[in-house]
Design a protein around this ligand. Structure first.
Ligand code: COA
Ligand code: AMP
Length: 630
């Protein structure tokens, strides 16, 4: 069947389409129907079915006789390790870990925070939670203690599972002191912490609170899979909003597995037993969906890669992994390819490896720039597919469904909507605009399975952030347009979220940190264009009257403050002291205009600007930082 027919079928008969997709996973109790709409505009999928996420991702493959198949390949150029874990081994490891958690009182619905680097134990921890119906919340390792503390207070975990350390090129990330500081700062205290000791750094355990990963599993009974309702939360994943308070995106178990499982064949063109590699991190949604749940539920081999596209040890690492493990589909962020291209523009490393197993490259997480796509197309000789999605949706909103048919690739567009997504471009009044015209990208409700049903403990914020602006729609926060063929183009965010190396960050959150510096009276953070990372945060600081400290000292203290409070992942390294910020007469900071000046783009003088001369001062300040770039 063609993409068009399948999309149309899902639109005209969503019950039929999604119930068929649901039959491809295992249920303890089959759902009687797909969509529950009695609380519209809040929707749920497969609410009355019962299933287990871990059973679907692990046990069912063993039960079907595929226990010897490799489930996880841990490839860590940072530690020079390659380790393969079969589905049967994974089942045993996860059941014991789940048994350990259960023995210490973790039961269905309890939250468990996971703070771990890219080691297979991180995936095992996620699956162990799923096995007993606990709700995991993975926190990315590049976040600082204060960010972890915010998540602890919001999720209120009974247990935190952490590693002793993470390994970044040239530096050990000391997880345990970060964990201790976060628990100290949080009002909520977990009952206990499980620490996975890595040989690179063994942490000292806190008496009465911390248990050792292996020690606490000793002698416990392996836990069986606990059936949960289709609308039972599988996990909470925090993502940046416009403020420093992250949004806890909730994912329900049933819809999540159904849509991910569907996507493996139809979008990524995979078959069970083949090797899928999402070069991301378990701390991001890509890691949740396409390192853990989708490839495993579909019976593929997934790769847990602890390394970087360059420098571990060189720009040939990706090709080495593809060759060594016969990767069929690679999924990563464009920034990874920009890094490789910058280091090895000729692609000379590619020739050193046999990458003939690779059949497609999927890019997401940020805008895929045409140069990068064309470079990848030319060097790899496989379809390069840009696809667009968000933490909130859990899987692609738009893409090119290789497993159905390869639609023409239009560079600059993540192609067309996936089944279940009715994507529309709206003007301020909520009316659809004609093809080619820019507007807010909204999705008509209901959203398909796997997408967020709500925010954790914050239904009012969910409604306000996503559902209120355009009645009957989900507001994506992205702006863009559709062409005559229905291809979508994502142009910008409509809020203060920026995207740095595929990582979603809140400029508002950074401003909150900067404002806490005693000498800062007022500040603004914008995202400026960056050749490697797509965007980089840049701060403007207005100092208090009478502040005597040297401006350069305040800048370096502010850079350190953001690193300490948000984490290295914020990549906040650029800031400048200015006398005043450009504002509208009503006091709104003109961040958009500042971005245009920094990027060297032309701009219209905002009609409501209070004092146009300030823009010249901003331009002068930016020049001292080398912006706009030549
Ligand atoms: N734990 C601790 N620190 C981390 C971390 C982690 N898991 N991940 C990143 N960091 C740190 C980095 O060490 C770096 O610290 P530094 O300021 O001391 O150098 C900082 O956070 C910024 O990291 P990053 O933005 O990744 O920049 P980088 O310069 O280290 O690497 C790339 C640049 C392009 C190689 C890297 O961003 C990359 O591989 N991107 C791939 C994109 C990706 O995986 N996106 C996920 C969504 S799909
Ligand atoms: P995250 O929730 O971290 O996955 O970030 C989601 C945001 O990243 C989206 O709202 C977009 O702004 C951006 N994004 C993700 N994928 C793409 C893409 N293919 N093209 C353009 N922007 C993208």
């Amino acid at each position: 069947m063609s993409y068009q027919k399948i999309y149309e079928y899902a639109r005209s008969n969503p019950e039929g389409f999604w119930m068929e997709a649901a039959s491809a996973i295992d249920w303890d109790v089959e759902p009687s129907h797909a969509l529950s709409d009695e609380n519209a505009p809040l929707y749920e999928w497969f609410a009355d079915g019962q299933l287990n996420g871990c059973w679907n991702a692990v046990d069912r493959h063993v039960a079907a006789g595929h226990g010897d198949r490799t489930a996880i390949i841990y490839d860590s150029p940072i530690t020079n390790t390659v380790q393969k874990i079969s589905y049967a081994e994974l089942q045993e490891r996860v059941a014991l870990l789940a048994g350990g958690l259960q023995a210490k009182g973790v039961t269905k619905g309890d939250r468990v925070i996971i703070y771990m680097p890219m080691v297979p134990q991180a995936v095992e921890a996620m699956l162990a939670c799923a096995r007993i119906g606990a709700v995991h919340s993975v926190v990315f390792g590049g976040f600082a203690a204060a960010e972890l503390a915010v998540r602890i207070d919001d999720a209120q975990p009974k247990c935190i599972i952490a590693a002793s350390c993470g390994l970044e090129p040239g530096r050990v990330v000391h997880y345990k002191p970060l964990l201790d500081a976060a628990i100290e700062a949080a009002a909520h205290k977990p009952d206990f912490c499980v620490i996975f000791q890595r040989e690179q750094e063994v942490a000292s355990l806190t008496d009465g609170r911390d248990v050792d990963w292996y020690g606490f599993q000793h002698g416990v009974a392996p836990a069986p899979c606990v059936p949960v309702e289709g609308n039972h939360p599988a996990y909470i994943l925090y993502t940046s909003g416009t403020t420093g308070q992250p949004k806890g995106v909730v994912r329900h178990t049933g819809g999540h597995l159904v849509a991910l499982n569907w996507s493996m064949r139809n979008l990524y063109d995979m078959n069970p037993g083949e090797v899928f590699w999402a070069a991301s991190d378990v701390g991001w949604v890509v890691g949740h969906s396409y390192i853990c749940y989708a490839p495993l539920t579909f019976g593929c081999t997934t790769i847990v890669f602890e390394g970087k596209p360059i420098g571990t040890p060189d720009a040939g690492t990706f090709w080495r992994v593809i060759d060594e493990h016969k990767v069929k589909c690679l999924f990563t962020a464009p920034t990874a390819f920009r890094a490789i291209k910058r280091e090895d523009p000729e692609g000379s490393f590619i020739g050193k490896y046999d990458i003939s197993s690779l059949e497609s490259l999927f890019l997401a997480g940020e805008r895929a720039d045409p140069d990068t796509i064309q470079w990848a197309q030319a060097k790899l000789g496989v379809p390069v597919i840009d696809h667009w999605w968000q933490t909130e949706t859990g899987w692609a909103i738009c893409g090119n469904p290789l497993g159905i048919e390869k639609l023409p690739v239009k560079i600059g567009s993540p192609s067309v909507p996936m089944p279940g997504y009715d994507v529309q471009i709206l003007d301020e009044g909520g009316h659809e605009v004609p093809a080619g015209e820019l507007g807010a990208i909204a999705i008509k409700l209901p959203l398909p399975p796997a997408t967020l049903p709500t925010l954790w403990n914050a239904e009012a914020r969910f409604r306000k952030s996503y559902l209120e602006h355009f009645k009957g729609y989900y507001e994506t926060g992205d702006a863009g347009y559709k062409d005559e063929d229905g291809y979508l183009y994502i142009m910008a965010r409509t809020d203060d979220v920026i995207n740095v190396a595929g990582h979603r960050l809140s400029t508002g959150g950074m401003e909150e940190v900067l404002a806490s510096h005693p000498d800062v009276a007022e500040c603004a953070v914008i995202g400026v264009a960056d050749d490697l990372k797509g965007q980089m945060p840049l701060g403007f600081l207005c100092l208090n009257k009478g502040a005597t400290k040297d401006a350069a000292d305040v800048v370096s203290e502010c850079v350190k403050l953001v690193r300490d409070k948000i984490g290295p992942v914020a990549a906040f390294k650029l800031a400048v002291v200015v006398d005043r910020l450009p504002k509208t007469r009503s006091g709104k900071i003109l961040r958009g205009t500042m971005v245009k000046i920094a990027d060297g783009e032309s701009y219209k003088m905002p009609a409501t600007i209070d004092d146009p001369a300030i823009l010249d001062e901003i331009a002068v300040a930016l020049k001292t930082l080398g912006y706009p770039k030549a």
